[in-house]
Design a protein around this ligand. Structure first.
Ligand SMILES: [Zn+2]
Length: 170
């Protein structure tokens, strides 16, 4: 007989919830499903009240202007600080920087600094990392500039990928 410390009450998503329940039960967490509420019905587009450059804790996507390569990143910093960091790294020739790496391999290319796609916002660092990994997995079509592999995530999250693709307008 398994014993549980507490119960997690979640909306039900067919195909996902069964696996999540199994995984959480292994960790001693009981799961109950709410009726009449799906995760999709809870998903909503983020509205940015603050100017985009002044917002922080973002998961974002920035493209090359010249080719279809793209970068997906997360930051706890204000976006304008993070962007400045990337530009400084390019100037300094920082080979650990994904944008610098792309430009070094493709000297005639230009990064589109004027346009950015905001994918998500998350204050909690661990959750932001998980989300970054999910977005990378959702949008990686072999055209990512990202030098670092995303943080490994529990495979149960992979069930979310089609939902992320569907609900993210770029
Ligand atoms: Zn390019």
């Amino acid at each position: 007989m398994e014993s549980f410390d507490y119960t997690l009450c979640l909306p039900f998503v067919p195909g996902f919830s069964e696996n999540l329940k199994r995984e959480l039960q292994k960790q001693g967490i009981r799961v109950a499903f709410r009726k009449g509420q799906t995760l999709e019905s809870l998903l909503c587009r983020l509205k940015f009240r603050e100017p985009i450059t002044k917002s922080k804790n973002n998961i974002y996507k920035r493209n090359c202007k010249t080719c279809n390569f793209t970068y997906i990143g997360e930051t706890s910093q204000y976006q304008e600080c993070r962007d400045r960091g990337h530009r400084d790294a390019i100037k300094a020739g920082d080979s650990n920087n994904s944008f610098f790496d792309h430009l070094q391999k493709n000297p005639s290319h230009e990064i589109d600094w004027g346009k950015i796609a905001y994918l998500d916002k998350e204050r909690n660092t661990d959750r932001r990392m998980i989300k970054e990994s999910l977005y990378i997995k959702a949008f990686d079509e072999g055209n990512l500039m990202n030098l670092k592999s995303p943080r490994p995530i529990n495979p149960v999250w992979m069930e979310f990928i089609p939902h992320i693709r569907k609900s993210t307008k770029l």
